[in-house]
Design a protein. Structure first.
Length: 572
């Protein structure tokens, strides 16, 4: 008995928690235990899910205890599709939604205050919302905006700026950039450049100028951008992202992780044509861990709706001359797409055991990819490959049954529909729009849906990282202004439970990570989002008013709204 008594303090300590959340409403995402009031965490893992009494009984020395006061808790949101490096740069400076010179000058003032003199400022993408404003269902226009660069020349004399309109029909440069590029509007030397005044220009010669604008940012600047983007992610309860950035971004993730500064987990995807490199890496060092994980590839088979480059079986309604001409990656010397070569890459990568995820927007693109998936089954044999149709935006009615039969995963970003409905019917007609973002039809087919954002968006639209936008879009099929009544093709609306699951466990499953992430269960990673409203009970419009109170990653509170709102306070 003396030995057992001597061990008792150590046994109790081994069972103690270092973080306890109680008095909450937990949506666990676990069908075996759908709800709970409290959770206990130790060493980054969940060790108890149940009653307040159960959790508080595990309180150990130095444990942090948070009284949730009825707040709603979900598994941390797992975003299925981000372009992190682009988002980090976009957060630093963009004028996509800017509609006035005063707004533009305010954004310029913000960015120059953060940068060292001599750093170039590029991008911008002005005018994306001139034709149809954000939050509208179309037909709500604003006055076109274009930046007056001459008005900021004095304040940006040490910061060369070269900006683009969203469709690349115009460009703009300040005096510092003009000087650096050897341009003089009063005595133009550049061939095929038409100067429009106020620092703006157009013409085929501008492409040559673009090649001379420095594209590579310093590692220091990119690291600062990364920290800023991680802070943005923390604010919205996102604990895992599936990213398709470049090698330097991966290097920065690894550096921040070593310093203990990485506050979101990363499912990292290589480009499809680099599959041999990824296969060799995994064979050499493994597929990573629960912080940075490898194993997936990203390819493209068409373009986007915003620039009318997605592939459709029939011509665009507004432009009968094309069905979508964009053919990336697999082209021959004449610029023609080589379907066989693309399929060859997929077959080889699949044989190596790598997961395939392919961008497909139009009904033709999705149809071709389902054909390819059938070929993978036929030539390489059926297996649990979790093939992801990236976006799966417009599906031909005849292809829905194949989605479930082939066990495809639709990697969708539901907020796309809230934004894209501004112009979708004009582009492809109402009949084809009936099978656009057809979430319920995809579910009924037996295929799996997983959710994300496509953060930061395209040159034609902005897609924030906030999951509430996607949840709202999925359950209402409305714009942020509540249009149209009843939702755009409202029979495709989802219920909130399915939408939450698509944003948590389903994305973990799509990443082959469902055993360690995606639900609130004992033994899983302690990744949680604590919200200000109970999403299961509020009217759908209130989803947009829901705020994140805490974001917890690996058992650590990485975002606390009460600290975030205190002037001068830093997010832990």
């Amino acid at each position: 008995m003396r030995i057992a008594f001597g061990l008792l303090p150590y046994l109790l300590l081994a069972q103690s928690a270092d973080l306890i959340l109680h008095n909450g409403v937990l949506w666990t995402g676990n069908s075996a235990q759908p709800s709970a009031a409290a959770i206990a965490i130790r060493g980054g893992k969940i060790v108890a899910v149940g009653s307040n009494r159960d959790a508080l009984a595990m309180r150990g020395p130095g444990a942090r205890v948070i009284d949730l006061r009825g707040a709603f808790v979900t598994p941390g949101f797992s975003d299925n599709h981000v372009h992190f490096a682009s988002a980090a740069r976009f957060l630093e400076f963009n004028i996509m939604a800017t509609g006035s010179q005063s707004e533009f000058e305010a954004r310029v003032k913000e960015v120059t205050a953060r940068l060292e003199p001599g750093e170039w400022i590029t991008g911008g993408f002005w005018g994306a919302y001139d034709q149809w404003t954000p939050g509208s269902a179309g037909r709500v226009r604003r006055e076109p905006f274009a930046p007056d660069m001459a008005a900021i020349d004095a304040s940006t004399s040490r910061y060369p700026m070269f900006l683009r309109k969203f469709d690349d029909s115009e460009f703009a440069a300040n005096a510092a950039a003009m000087k650096a590029l050897g341009l003089d509007p009063a005595n133009p030397k550049a061939d095929q450049v038409e100067f429009l005044g106020k620092g703006r220009m157009r013409g085929p010669g501008v492409r040559k100028l673009l090649e001379r604008v420095p594209r590579r940012l310093s590692h220091q600047r990119r690291t600062a951008q990364t920290r800023n983007a991680l802070a943005e992610i923390r604010k919205y309860g996102v604990t895992n992202v599936s990213d398709m950035s470049d090698d330097e971004q991966l290097e920065i993730y690894q550096e921040l992780r070593q310093r203990g500064e990485l506050t979101t987990r990363v499912h990292y995807r290589y480009p499809l044509d680099r599959w041999p490199e990824l296969a060799a890496r995994i064979q050499r060092t493994g597929a990573g861990d629960d912080w940075i994980r490898f194993g997936s590839l990203k390819g493209h088979i068409d373009g986007i709706m915003g620039t009318s480059t997605a592939r459709f079986l029939q011509p665009y309604t507004h432009d009968p001359s094309t069905r979508g001409r964009w053919r990336p990656l697999m082209v021959d010397e004449r610029g023609e797409f080589q379907e066989g070569k693309f399929l060859g890459y997929m077959l080889d990568a699949d044989r190596a055991g790598l997961q395939l995820t392919v961008h497909a927007i139009g009904d033709e693109a999705n149809h071709v990819l389902l054909n390819y998936l059938e070929e993978l089954d036929r030539r390489n044999g059926k297996r649990d490959r979790r093939f992801r149709l990236v976006h799966a935006q417009v599906i031909s009615p005849a292809d829905f049954p194949r989605l479930g039969r082939l066990k495809a995963i639709a990697e969708v970003q539901p907020f796309h529909l809230s934004d894209d409905m501004r112009w979708m019917e004009e582009r492809i007609g109402k009949d084809r729009c009936r099978t656009a973002y057809a979430f319920r039809s995809i579910q009924k087919s037996g295929a799996m849906l997983c959710f994300g954002t496509d953060w930061p968006g395209t040159s034609a639209a902005e897609y924030p990282i906030n999951p509430m936008l996607g949840l709202y879009a999925a359950v209402t099929r409305q714009t942020l202004n509540g249009q149209p009544a009843g939702g755009w093709f409202g029979d495709e609306r989802m219920n909130i439970q399915d939408a939450l699951r698509a944003y948590t466990w389903n994305t973990a499953f799509a990443n082959f990570e469902e055993k360690s992430k995606g639900s609130i269960e004992i033994g899983k990673a302690a990744d949680l989002a604590v919200l200000s409203r109970n999403l299961l009970k509020i009217p759908p419009a209130e989803i947009l008013k829901t705020e994140v109170l805490y974001t917890i990653v690996d058992g650590r509170v990485v975002y606390d709204r009460t600290l975030d709102r205190k002037p001068g306070a830093a997010t832990p």
